[in-house]
Design a protein. Structure first.
Length: 148
């Protein structure tokens, strides 16, 4: 009788163990889907300089919106001050913005000149850097157009 009770208990434990293994077994080939990152839709006024550079690079903006962005940069996003004649690391997103602005397909020469003059007037310390980035972007744009 004791052997029968012990055997039944052992069989029940084995059944429970097998059921838990089947239910909770993770397939090593299964990869959960990547989390969906919802991009926040914000107006131009709420964007950081990095977000503005990204939007300029990725969106097809017309000439009026590009001029609005230039006005916004002039009002809200002034370049960080140079220390000891050297630009801080925080200026890189601003230079990236200038480059992406010039590379935008909707940016005409008139719009680029307006952007350049506005930024150079507000950020006098960076006149040479803005001109250098602008020249580089226009050269890249010309070489890209020549390739196509």
């Amino acid at each position: 009788m004791l052997i029968i009770v012990f055997s039944i208990a052992l069989i029940i434990v084995l059944i429970i163990l097998i059921i838990t293994l089947v239910l909770f077994y993770k397939d090593s080939r299964y990869k959960p889907p990547a989390p969906v990152v919802k991009r926040r839709e914000v107006g131009l006024e709420e964007c950081t300089i990095e977000e503005l550079a990204e939007r300029i690079a990725g969106e097809d903006l017309d000439e009026a919106k590009l001029l609005k962005v230039v006005d916004l940069i002039g009002r809200k996003h002034t370049f960080p001050k140079k220390t000891d004649g050297k630009a801080p690391k925080e200026v890189e997103p601003y230079m990236d913005f200038v480059y992406q602005f010039c590379m935008n397909t909707s940016a005409t020469a008139k719009v680029i000149v307006k952007m350049s003059n506005t930024l150079k007037a507000i950020n006098e310390q960076y006149k040479r850097e803005i001109e250098d980035i602008e020249r580089t972007a226009i050269r890249d744009l010309d070489s890209k157009a020549a390739e196509s």
